[in-house]
Design a protein around this ligand. Structure first.
Ligand SMILES: [Zn+2]
Length: 258
């Protein structure tokens, strides 16, 4: 079998691929392990985050900037889904500890910027970055990959296992999408019984078994692999452009008059 590995993907690389080079930017995908309606796999967020990271690394390498895609963290914050079978939660404080260790591991190797490539809505990473940034010289940034490109081609992108996420998995891992569309849940949700939450005055985390019917949020049934492919390509292009910018950014001049 012939050798084939994706450029900049750390868990596929050998020591000679990584040594003797400068890696100014690293990507750390944040996934989750949770049900995604009746048609997508538990690993959806991890699969998509890993794939986007690999494609971003390849796009940057093709432009002459070394960007390394780190292995994805497969567990996310799922504190309000724990009554769903085999959902695996890590606490925000655990994420902070993991991120701190990853940052410390990268510091001696010339990494200038670390992009947290988020693929799960429950991973609210800003607080982690706000806490860690003062103690590291590595520039920390967050990208929610599903927000990195225009949603215009979707009827209704949805939130969790909806049209956007379904289209993306149909593109990346069609063998893991339930083949019979008639079995897919419609992703409808129950509104909050509290007016203050419904009107946006207050926010409360959704208790998944109360808010959803099939664990999905958003109707996936209009999803198309081609639209998922186009959306992901656009997101990858924009995230790669940011990584190339970050690779040469001056941390003392991240904000300045134009
Ligand atoms: Zn997801």
């Amino acid at each position: 079998m012939s050798e084939s590995r994706r450029p900049g993907v750390l868990h596929e690389a050998t020591f000679p691929h990584m040594s003797g080079k400068v890696w100014p930017v690293a990507l750390l995908p944040f996934g989750a392990t949770e049900p995604h309606n009746t048609h997508l796999p538990y690993g959806t967020d991890t699969i998509l985050g890993s794939e986007v990271a690999a494609r971003v690394a390849a796009a940057c390498m093709a432009q002459g900037t070394n960007v390394v895609a780190l292995p994805a963290i497969p567990f996310g914050v799922n504190t309000t889904q724990l009554d769903l079978p085999l959902t695996i939660n890590v606490m925000p404080s655990t994420q902070l500890a993991i991120l701190r260790d990853v940052v410390k591991s990268l510091e001696p190797h010339g990494v200038r910027g670390l992009v947290l490539l988020n693929a799960h809505g429950g991973n609210e990473l800003r607080a982690l970055v706000r806490e860690l940034q003062p103690s590291t010289s590595i520039m920390l940034a967050i990208v929610n990959w599903w927000q990195a490109a225009d949603h215009g081609a979707f009827t209704e992108p949805g939130d969790h296992a909806g049209e956007l996420e379904t289209a993306a998995v149909m593109h990346v891992a069609p063998h893991l999408v339930a083949a019979d569309r008639a079995t897919w849940g419609d992703g409808r949700t129950n509104p909050s019984t509290l007016e203050g939450v419904r009107t946006g005055v207050a926010w409360m985390p959704r208790r998944w078994t109360q808010a959803t019917h099939d664990t999905g949020v958003g109707d996936p049934r209009a999803a198309h692999a081609e639209i998922g492919a186009a959306f992901m390509a656009h997101a990858v292009e924009r995230i790669a452009a940011f990584c190339c910018e970050l690779a040469v950014a001056d941390p003392a001049r991240l904000w300045a008059p134009r």
